[in-house]
Design a protein around this ligand. Sequence first.
Ligand SMILES: N[C@@H](CCC(=O)N[C@@H](CS)C(=O)NCC(=O)O)C(=O)O
Length: 304
Amino acid sequence: MSANEMCHVETTTFHNELGSEDYPFEKDRYWLFTSKVCPFAHRTEITRALTGLTDDIGLTIAGAVQTKKGWDLGGRYESADSAASPVASIDRLPDLYKLATPDYLGRASVPVLFDTKTNTIVNNESSEIIHQLDQIATQHFEHETLYPKNKQTLIDALITELADELITPIYRAGFAKDQQSYQSYFEKVFACLTKLDKRLGETNAYIAGDNLTLADVHAYPHIARFDAAYHSLYRLNKHFIRDYPNITDYMARLGEISAFCGTLDIQAVKDGYFLAWNQPTEGKFAPLGPEVNPLSGVAITVEI
Ligand SMILES: N[C@@H](CCC(=O)N[C@@H](CS)C(=O)NCC(=O)O)C(=O)O
């Protein structure tokens, strides 16, 4: 498998638990490394903000454009939220992975939840990190959980559905090597968006109902990148998100919450996707959309 194929549909190696015996929660001990372009890392920034852990867990946001040398921590993303790395000697994320595990041969992906006391990586899987942040905030502070007991089965099912029917197919379509494979993932993505639009029309609030949950934290980063990046770069151009009225309302609703909108930077997303070395910039087959008037070439609006 080439580097390009592996990119973004990656499995991760570090699965320790924040709050366990080895990694008890202590203020200022743990640190998150993220990137503005990465939707998986974005989940952790959102959850850190939603759970109010911004004063307890530090954050370094790498420079948006990833190069062959890996995520850049030295030339980090400048914002009030993004502090210098607590490991001062390290400029690139791969070196942080090497410091934590000298024989590590895997990919140096964001997000990383790092333990500054033992210089080890606690966890580098976004879906686990956000669960752990939610648990810590619920146990140690008066945070209302994003994973309420009475909705856990539903939330888990929705997260699995988003992963299998939307998120993974987005990348599979983007990095497809032939027309047929691209087309099958393209169709999956738009079928899932249609289903999601219908669901949100019914809940009229959040994905799992009246309350904001971890399912929304999974959904927002990829949907927020769709029109600006995936629509053209990954040739997912049947519709824009704006064509789905309920998803559009939902994104506007989340966009009013500072933990969501305050962690999204669309220009950095665009730079990160379109300028990075590992993106499919050379098309070898024709995009399927948008539908155009065959006489004038002008895009037409089609029924969903
Ligand atoms: N399964 C991981 C995926 C993380 C991931 O794919 N991160 C990408 C950026 S979006 C990355 O850092 N890749 C490193 C590389 O391509 O070398 C998670 O959910 O945390």
